[in-house]
Design a protein around this ligand. Structure first.
Ligand SMILES: [Zn+2]
Ligand SMILES: [Zn+2]
Length: 166
């Protein structure tokens, strides 16, 4: 049996090991991938992100991160994200839009999201995941391990609700 989550909920003191560029670089190397300047810039863009990013946003931020070096073009960002997704380092987040949005996968601290369907604001939900125990139940019931989930709530944010009422 793999050691999975204990029954205690995570306290903030346990959040001491955040994602780092070094950790991700190590992970890429272990998959046989070289750490290029472009890849570093893209990973930095994702690490800095407070919400899921679209490909254009990743490119814009990666250009900002690639100090001096040749900034990654759109095709490079696209290929890199496909690769990171395949390696389960990043994942697509469903924001109810046609284009793709990505965030890094942190198996210990996944994020659920609240999405405004009008203005597109994305709010990562802080605190304990509302369906953690349900996830454990489902895993147990179906004999699964390594179960994860992606949970997005959709609605109108405060500003857009006010607009709709007036
Ligand atoms: Zn809104
Ligand atoms: Zn969750």
């Amino acid at each position: 049996m793999p050691r999975s989550h204990s029954h205690h909920s995570h306290s903030h003191a346990e959040d001491a090991e955040p994602f780092t560029l070094d950790g991700l670089a190590e992970l890429l190397r272990s998959k046989g991938l070289r750490m290029t300047g472009n890849r570093r810039a893209i990973l930095q863009a994702l690490l800095k992100a407070k919400k899921p990013l679209g490909l254009e946003e990743i490119q814009t931020e990666a250009v900002r991160q690639s100090k001096g070096g040749e900034p990654p073009d759109f095709a490079t960002v696209f290929r890199m994200m496909a690769l990171l997704e395949e390696l389960k380092i990043a994942r697509k987040v469903n924001l109810g839009r046609a284009s793709s949005y990505f965030e890094l996968v942190d198996s210990r601290h996944h994020r659920d999201h609240l999405v405004c369907t009008d203005c597109g604001t994305v709010t990562p939900l802080e605190g304990n995941c509302p369906v953690e125990s349900l996830e454990r139940q489902i895993a147990r019931k179906h004999g699964y391990t390594q179960v994860t989930h992606s949970l997005e709530f959709f609605g109108l944010c405060g500003d857009c609700s006010t607009d709709a009422a007036s």
